[in-house]
Design a protein around this ligand. Structure first.
Ligand code: SAH
Length: 254
């Protein structure tokens, strides 16, 4: 029996951001695995088992889902946003690579979702309109020195930078430190977008400049986009500005 495992991206929150393919994978699952608050977003269906686990138990959750699928079940693992972006798809690949041979025979489907940086960018214009990169500020799985090196490289090379996981209760100082690091490379006027809980009931979007970015309250549901030297802000009366990065880049960044 070869089993089936789907890894589904739920998008940033609102059900309208769920793709029809993801919806179908949720409907046909025998069992659902995921972080509790993500599972709560999935409507209950009769006969479907649910296995909620803590945010940090990704490898254990992945292994449990794989064992279940290897018994012949149709198993769906849910992820916020896109499952391939700082999320469950890589955790599952890690388990498959180091796990029993039989896991390699499973049918695996990775079903994409709208990742947070795209949802935030769409709210405020086109900050990712030209070259950009994404970095997780969490130093749970990599050393802080590596994060600093990547911030230096990204800002120095002129990329717009999407920062995932800016803050958590266990990581209170990292965001301020990252902003300080970026100031070494970018002018104080560089636009910085904060998107909190985008597409959810308590959504909040704000735009500030790099010189005061660390004073803005960010939390675990916030994604930050730091502009490049090319990123521009169009002020609009009574509305949020439009922040965009033009499609042409004139200068070679230092
Ligand atoms: N796989 C997810 C990212 C997981 S990392 C995705 O593709 O979106 C978790 C981080 O994603 C959070 O700390 C936050 O930075 C960001 N995030 C997730 N959902 C968000 C939302 N609705 N609004 C703003 N940021 C969000």
């Amino acid at each position: 029996m070869s089993g089936y495992l789907a890894i589904v991206g739920l998008g940033p929150g609102d059900a309208r951001y769920l793709t029809p393919e993801a919806e179908a994978a949720l409907a046909e699952a025998h069992a659902l695995y995921g972080y509790g608050p993500y599972l709560d977003r999935v409507p209950a269906r009769a006969g479907q088992m649910r296995h909620a686990s803590d945010n940090r138990e990704e490898r254990g959750r992945a292994a449990a889902a794989l064992r279940h699928a290897a018994e012949g079940a149709r198993v769906t693992v849910v992820s916020g946003g896109d499952p391939g972006v700082f999320a469950m798809a890589a955790a599952l690949c890690e388990e498959i690579e180091s796990g029993p041979e039989s896991w390699r025979a499973l049918d695996v489907a990775i079903i994409p979702g709208i990742t947070a940086m795209l949802a935030v960018a769409a709210r405020i214009g086109a900050p990712l309109g030209h070259d950009f990169c994404a970095l997780s500020l969490s130093d749970n799985l990599k050393p802080w020195e590596l994060i600093e090196r990547r911030l230096d490289a990204a800002a120095g090379a002129g990329f717009v930078i999407a920062l995932y996981n800016p803050v958590s209760r266990a990581r209170p100082w990292q965001f301020g430190s990252a902003i300080g690091r970026l100031r070494r490379h970018l002018p104080p006027s560089t636009p910085v977008v904060f998107g909190r809980a985008v597409t959810r009931p308590r959504e909040q979007i704000s735009v500030v400049t790099l010189d005061c970015a660390e004073t803005v309250e960010a939390d675990m549901a916030t994604l930050v986009i730091v502009g490049s030297r090319e990123t521009r802000v169009i002020a609009r009366p009574g509305k949020l500005p439009l922040v965009y990065t033009p499609r042409t880049a004139a200068e070679v960044s230092a």
